[in-house]
Design a protein around this ligand. Structure first.
Ligand SMILES: [Zn+2]
Length: 255
């Protein structure tokens, strides 16, 4: 399940387990792969003398989820109330079939501050590449419970909040208990009226900029405004693969 490696140069050997911790010149990285998701991310940025740095990446061949499907999801979120009219949380599973996204509202237990798949809902949970749940009128933040629920998963995760005020969604990638914040547009074609909760926030990204080692540019905050420039710079490539680097860096870094 786990592998550990000290990186001394060249190409990383193929991953023969679920995830690998790699010590490189730019710190401690995590390498993981599953169908549709390929990631090498910096967990702890630090200059390790004598080792070459590794360039972090995250790539996927998944299409973006359409605004129509996300609008349907929001409508369903609005309808979740108990008999007293109190809002309930609701969870959605997104599965990929034949290269297309399918949204499932799984069988689930719902409460004012929780929701969890049960019965057949656990089946679609296992297959889901993305799970989104609604915090209805609460803010779009992942709670400690959300973190604990996802210690064993490797999938994208979303949380919706401020549903009636200014609907927002926050996206991250969960890798067996490691969580990487992502711009929502990485995976979602947002409909009008649904905002990325990361907008305007300073995000401490868990990866750093290749080549920054030695310049003492490590683990700084990367403002979303700059960040989004990078995200817009998708490198279209063969086989429909999207690929990008998540970077942190000093304010003077040229993009
Ligand atoms: Zn939650």
């Amino acid at each position: 399940m786990l592998d550990y490696l000290i990186y001394r140069g060249g190409v990383l050997p193929p991953l023969n387990c679920a995830l690998r911790y790699v010590l490189a010149g730019n710190g401690l990285l995590l390498q993981a792969w599953r169908e549709h998701i390929n990631v090498l991310v910096v967990l702890a940025s630090y200059t390790v003398r004598g080792l070459p740095p590794l360039e972090p990446y995250l790539s996927t061949d998944l299409p973006r989820i359409s605004p129509e499907l996300l609008r349907q999801m929001l409508e369903i979120c609005h309808k979740q109330r108990d008999e007293k009219g109190e809002m309930l949380e609701v969870i959605f599973h997104f599965l990929v079939e034949g290269g297309k996204w399918r949204m499932v509202v799984p069988e689930q237990e719902q409460g004012h501050t929780y929701c969890r798949p049960v019965g057949r809902g656990e089946e679609s949970y296992r297959q889901a590449l993305l799970e989104i749940h609604s915090h209805h009128h609460f803010p779009a933040y992942f709670s400690e419970t959300d973190d604990l629920d996802e210690q064993g998963g490797f999938r994208f995760l979303g949380v919706i909040g401020d549903l009636f005020d200014k609907p927002q969604i926050r996206l991250r990638l969960g890798i067996y208990g490691h969580f990487i914040p992502l711009p929502a547009t990485f995976l979602l074609a947002l409909p009008e009226g649904l905002e990325d909760a990361l907008s305007g926030e300073n995000v401490n990204l868990p990866v750093n900029r290749p080549g920054s080692v030695g310049n003492a540019v490590t683990n700084r905050l990367w403002p979303i405004q700059r960040w989004s420039k990078i995200w817009k710079g998708w490198t279209g490539s063969g086989k429909g693969q999207r690929c990008y680097e998540v970077r942190t860096g000093g304010a003077d870094d040229a993009l």
